[in-house]
Design a protein around this ligand. Structure first.
Ligand code: SF4
Length: 317
């Protein structure tokens, strides 16, 4: 597809919502479910303490926790999106913690139960680059033969020094290896990124867009680093060792990032928010769609759009 077919002139970016509508010819929503997983960066198998921005209070011990059956979670989520947005079809998003971190039989049971619903087109699975055992990749490959599958990989930063500083528990090399192992198997690959880490520069952050331009990544999720209660980041904010970036700085960096992102990569998210009761900093008080339009308006003001700073060859790749 050409740039003008991928980017609506009013939107200036290839939004994931538009992509899903083009691909499935109907309104599609993602429905979040909690599969009762935990995380190897918490339970000691990979690290302890978790990422510095991860909410301690929401964590369970190594064993999985009992959760509401996913069928019930899906029914509630689908009813909400049907009523609010008129959505007709759904992608079930295994979102909470590390959703490939379990024996393959358990993964197969959960994924298949999600896919059993007639209005479910496929699944999105959020995970870490170090948590993709061969059995899990084979299972996802098999599902992707006739259903939509997206693996959402948390990278957050491509700078190993930052990854170590935030106690991420994996390296850039592990992310690149995960992308290589997932590619060519009929699955989409989404990469999660955060901007505003201690010691991160705008230029350092923008290198990530250039990295992604050369990888088979199909979508990105980006948000500002923000601190919630019960995290080490909240302590750092309170003791003055971390300051959040300003909203205008974030919007400018997000636009710079998008201008270097190929149009074939769709954009799933540009903002992270937390309930007021646990939010520590920053306090921008914006809703998701307000940030979305703030970024689009800045692109409009600049007269730019997603991928406009790439040369023609990369843009079309
Ligand atoms: S990888 Fe995700 S779930 Fe695990 S500690 Fe980091 S933020 Fe928390």
């Amino acid at each position: 597809m050409t740039t003008s077919e991928l980017i609506h002139s009013d939107l200036r970016i290839n939004s994931y919502g538009s992509y899903l509508r083009r691909r499935f010819s109907c309104r599609v929503s993602k429905v979040n479910v909690d599969g009762g997983f935990t995380c190897p960066n918490r339970d000691g198998s990979r690290g302890t303490g978790g990422c510095i921005y991860c909410d301690n209070s929401s964590f369970s011990p190594k064993e999985t926790v009992a959760v509401i059956p996913i069928e019930e979670q899906m029914a509630a989520g689908m009813a909400y999106h049907r009523e609010r947005l008129g959505s007709e079809k759904f992608i079930v998003y295994f979102q909470k913690f590390t959703n490939t971190y379990a024996p393959v039989e358990r993964l197969a049971d959960l994924y298949r139960r999600a896919l059993d619903h007639p209005d479910v087109l496929g699944i999105s699975v959020g995970t870490r680059p170090d948590s993709l055992a061969p059995g899990a990749i084979d299972l996802l490959t098999e599902i992707a033969r006739d259903r939509y599958v997206c693996v959402e990989l948390g990278l957050q930063s491509m700078d190993d020094a930052i990854l170590a500083r935030i106690n991420r528990g994996h390296t850039l090399a592990e992310y690149l290896n995960a992308v290589e192992r997932l590619s060519g198997r009929g699955m989409e690959i989404c990469t999660h990124l955060i901007h505003g880490f201690p010691g991160e520069t705008r230029e350092g952050f923008l290198k990530t867009a250039r990295l992604i331009a050369g990888l088979p990544v199909t979508s990105v999720k980006l948000h500002q680093l923000h601190a919630v209660e019960n995290t080490r980041l909240a302590q750092m904010y309170r003791d003055g060792s971390w300051q959040p970036i300003g909203v205008d700085e974030y919007i400018a960096a997000a636009c710079d990032f998008l201008e270097e992102l190929p149009t074939r990569v769709s954009v799933q998210r540009l903002y992270g928010s937390a309930p007021l009761s646990i939010r520590v900093a920053p306090n921008w008080n914006l809703k998701n769609n307000q940030m979305w339009y703030a970024v689009l308006n800045e692109l409009k003001r600049r007269g730019s759009w997603q991928g406009c700073r790439l040369d023609r060859a990369v843009r079309a790749a």
